[in-house]
Each structure stands twice: as structure tokens, then as C-alpha cells.
Design a protein around this ligand. Structure first.
Ligand SMILES: C[C@@](CO)(OP(=O)(O)O)[C@H](O)COP(=O)(O)OP(=O)(O)OC[C@H]1O[C@@H](n2ccc(N)nc2=O)[C@H](O)[C@@H]1O
Ligand SMILES: Nc1ncnc2c1ncn2[C@@H]1O[C@H](COP(=O)(O)OP(=O)(O)O)[C@@H](O)[C@H]1O
Length: 302
């Protein structure tokens, strides 16, 4: 299955049929992921290169004064109260005075295309888009640093999507330095299995001692993903998909999996390889973006 969800065509535009304004919620790739050590709280000390993509989910927000957060569509397998969109909206409500929060409500529509548990940050991106959009629509005027701090409570990957720029990341992924990368094309393949981030980080034999690098020394070829080998050992679908892609282009797993990506200079080359994927594969072709589609144009309703 080829997923079609480029964020260009309807970016920040009200749909004539529904009147809803859709906010982009883009995916990311980890072009590399090095584990340098572990903090006392068990979290891993990372270095990574977050590449934002022009591709992802879309979310629309109908604000009201009910004080309630409701979803127009549930995600199968995710209870509404566990949905990161709902959690983000509630954390934002809790951040303002109770007197004001009781009048901040929203009915939220989600157009979900990104595979979950894929290492492409869909849930974190949904949370970030919710924080950015509701901060604007509820006229809270909180600075991005405050939104990133709220987002970090939901996941280590939320701050990058609020930051909104392709970035070299350190710490648990919250120390971000914007970088300009050539805007290449990526064929991203979902190997039809879900990898739990928590599961991979708990494994005793996960490598955790890669030497720190300076970003000025970065080249794709002199970096790697410390989770890739251990995930490939446990998930043959990931190993097979990666092996397949490597026949065509430089390729790697993103995050803690399961998605793998191959890098191309030309969109057509990526599309040609996508057309050769085994029948039934789930995939998309996206372009790397230095600025998130969430910020690429003037935001609506501000
Ligand atoms: C490692 C990355 C790279 O992008 O993997 P992906 O999830 O994208 O695959 C992310 O930073 C993940 O971020 P996110 O998916 O938001 O993770 P969280 O919900 O914060 O954490 C899930 C679990 O992973 C572990 N964890 C997460 C991040 C980290 N730096 N060290 C950890 O040990 C913790 O056990 C935590 O309970
Ligand atoms: N709005 C959401 N979108 C995606 N996943 C969500 C959402 N809300 C909660 N989740 C949960 O978060 C988990 C991680 O999702 P996701 O961020 O897509 O994966 P990853 O961290 O591997 O990139 C999912 O398996 C799902 O249970």
C-alpha cells in the first residue's frame, strides 16, 4: 500500500467541503541514532539527527467554551484518554489558571496516516501540533520553550516537532541545534510490525557506549543507529526490508524501528524503487524539510 499524505496541497487551508482548517503533523526520521550512555533515571543519553518530512497526519481543531476535550475519531487500539492529542490538550488546559481552563474546550478531528510504533514520531508529532495549534486558538501566547517543556512530559520526541526545524539532538532528544541539510527524498517502508521503544531500551545487550561526535564531523556513512542490529535480530521483517532497500540506496532504520528508509537525490528514483517493493508493502516517499510544514506558512486563525 502506498500512503498518500503529502503535506503541501492542503497545508493550513480550510477545506471547502467541511470548513475545517487542517494543521500539519509531519513525520520525522532519525538519520542516525547513537546511544552514548544512560542517565540515572534510566533514560538513554542520545545523539541523533532529526530530519523533518513534508509528509504526515493532519489535525483540525474546533474550539468551544465547554472545558471538555473530545475526539471526532478514535484511533483503533488507543483509548481516547491515552491518545497523545487528548493528553497534550489537557496538559495545556492544566497549565492555565483553573478559572480560565474551565472555558477552554475543543472538538478534534484527526486524519491519521502515519503507522504507529514506526519510529517516525507520529504520536509525538500529533501532541506537538495540538500544543502549537491550541496555544494559538485558545490565545494563550505561551512561548515555544514552555510548549516544549509541556510536550516533554508526553515523550522525548515532542520537543523536536515544536522546535520545528531539522536538528542535531542531544540529551534525551530535547537539546536541539537547527541544521540545514540538502532536501533529499526518502522512501520510507513500514515492515508491518510494531516495535515498542520502551522494549528496545530495556534490552541488556543494547549497545550504549558510542563515542560522542561533533556535528561538524557528521556524514551519513560515519554514523549508524545503535538500535538497528538488535531490532533486526528480533524482527525479521525489519531485517528483510532493510536488506532489500540496501540493494538500491543508502538505507537505515529510524529511531527504535520499525520503519526503514532509503535516501535518494531525485524523487523519481525513490518512486521507481517504491514501485518495485514486494506486493502488500506499506510505504511512502517524502522530501526532507529543514522547516516543519507546521511552520512553513503563516498559521491559520492567528
Ligand atoms: C529514541 C527515539 C528516537 O526518536 O525513538 P522513537 O520512539 O522515535 O523510535 C525517541 O527519542 C523516543 O522518544 P519517545 O517515543 O517519545 O519515547 P518516550 O515515550 O519518551 O519513552 C518511551 C520509553 O523509552 C525509553 N527511553 C526513551 C527515550 C530515551 N532517550 N531513553 C529511554 O530510555 C524509556 O524507557 C521510556 O519509558
Ligand atoms: N495520536 C497518537 N498517534 C499515534 N500513536 C499514539 C497516539 N496517541 C497515543 N499513541 C500511542 O503511542 C505509541 C507510539 O506511537 P508513535 O509515536 O506513532 O510511534 P514511535 O514513537 O515509534 O514513532 C503508539 O503505539 C500508540 O499506542
Amino acid at each position: 500500500m502506498v500512503i498518500n499524505a503529502s503535506l503541501h496541497p492542503i497545508k493550513n487551508q480550510a477545506s471547502p467541503s467541511t470548513g475545517l482548517t487542517w494543521w500539519p503533523s509531519p513525520a520525522k526520521l532519525n538519520l542516525f541514532l547513537h546511544i552514548n550512555g544512560r542517565y540515572q533515571n534510566g533514560y538513554h543519553q542520545l545523539q541523533s539527527l532529526f530530519q523533518l518530512l513534508d509528509f504526515g497526519d493532519k489535525i483540525a481543531f474546533e474550539v468551544n467554551a465547554s472545558g471538555h476535550i473530545t475526539l471526532a475519531q478514535s484511533i483503533p487500539g488507543v483509548a481516547d484518554q491515552d491518545n497523545l492529542i487528548v493528553k497534550a490538550a489537557k496538559l495545556l488546559q492544566n497549565h492555565v489558571l483553573p478559572e480560565k481552563a474551565k472555558n477552554l474546550g475543543c472538538h478534534i478531528h484527526l486524519n491519521k496516516v502515519l503507522p504507529m510504533g514506526g519510529g517516525i514520531g507520529g504520536g509525538s508529532s500529533n501532541a506537538a501540533t495540538t500544543l502549537v495549534a491550541l496555544n494559538s486558538l485558545w490565545k494563550l501566547n505561551l512561548p515555544d520553550e514552555t510548549l516544549a517543556g509541556i510536550g516533554l512530559q508526553l515523550g522525548a520526541d515532542v520537543p523536536i516537532f515544536i522546535f520545528g526545524k531539522t536538528a542535531f539532538a542531544e540529551g534525551v532528544g530535547e537539546q536541539l541545534q537547527a541544521v540545514e541539510l540538502p532536501q533529499k527524498y526518502y522512501l520510507v517502508v513500514f515492515p508491518d510490525c510494531h516495535v515498542s521503544t520502551a522494549e528496545i531500551f530495556q534490552l541488556a545487550d543494547l549497545p550504549r557506549n558510542t563515542a560522542r561526535i561533533e556535528f561538524s564531523d557528521y556524514k551519513f556513512d560515519n554514523t549508524h543507529n545503535d538500535c538497528q542490529e538488535i531490532v533486526c535480530e528480533r524482527y525479521p521483517n525489519v531485517a528483510n526490508t532493510l536488506q532489500w532497500l540496501l540493494e538500491y540506496a543508502p538505507s537505515r532504520m529510524t529511531g527504535t524501528g520499525a520503519c526503514v528508509f532509503a535516501i535518494f537525490e531525485q524523487q523519481q528514483d525513490a518512486l521507481n524503487v517504491q514501485a518495485k517493493l514486494p506486493k502488500g508493502s506499506t510505504s511512502f516517499v517524502a522530501q526532507g524539510r529543514n522547516i516543519s510544514p507546521l511552520y512553513a506558512e503563516k498559521q491559520p486563525n492567528t
